[in-house]
Ligand binder design. Structure first.
Ligand code: GAR
Length: 208
């Protein structure tokens, strides 16, 4: 990461883009103002509303769909090239539903963040995304859920946790009700977590 300038963020999306929007908003007039800017949005889905949101914000938005590539390596190489061309410092997965290539994870070790709509380590892992998470939480009878921002490692949802926040679940809540409450929390904690990572990094730089 560069020492003093604003950090350049890439946000990887697949859907509606609420988290992406909260990050962009906070760089314009919130916690990340002066600290970071979103320079690239990568979508794994050409129909993602997140692409339209990025365009409205005049942010470069590209679509890289895995099905268009012969193999995983080629798909990963295209994304890696885009990230490097944009000189990205941090990568934020925000509802990104494709698998992120191991070459990217190794190249950006400690610089890839993900948001998960539950209190990890519970309700994480392969197949645990979106509504499946909230359905599993309700089924478990837990009275709390929440959101987690964590670093990405080579396994699903196991990287070091940066920030979590809880929400209460009531006995008559549907998965949709839980999703709504969790999303409100997600949009608050993602910018906070990014700020924390940038500030921790700056502290390390100042030690030398
Ligand atoms: C968010 O709830 C995010 O936590 C979830 O997808 C949603 C994306 O919404 N991600 C996962 O489930 C990853 N395991 P958004 O596109 O409106 O931000």
């Amino acid at each position: 990461m560069s020492k003093y300038s604003r950090k350049s963020l890439a946000v990887l999306v697949s859907g509606y883009g609420s988290n992406m929007q909260s990050i962009v908003d906070s760089t314009k007039d919130g916690l990340l103002k002066g600290l970071a800017e979103v320079v690239l949005v990568v979508s794994s889905n050409s129909n993602a509303y997140a692409i339209e949101r990025a365009k409205n914000e005049h942010i470069k938005a590209i679509c890289v769909e895995s099905k268009k590539f012969k193999n995983e390596k080629k798909f990963t190489d295209v994304i890696l090239d885009e990230l490097q061309n944009a000189d990205v410092d941090l990568i934020c997965l925000a509802g990104y539903m494709s698998k992120i290539g191991v070459e990217i994870i190794r190249k950006y070790d400690g610089r890839i963040l993900n948001i998960h709509p539950a209190l990890l380590p519970k309700f994480g892992g392969k197949g645990m995304y979106g509504r499946y998470v909230h359905e599993a939480v309700i089924k478990s009878g837990d009275t709390k859920s929440g959101a987690t921002v964590h670093f990405v490692d080579e396994n699903y949802d196991t990287g070091r946790i940066i920030l979590q926040q809880e929400v209460n679940i009531f006995s008559n809540d549907s998965p949709r009700d839980v999703a709504k409450k969790v999303m409100i929390i997600e949009c608050k904690i993602y910018p906070k977590a990014i700020k924390k990572v940038i500030e921790e990094d700056l502290k390390k730089v100042h030690l030398f």
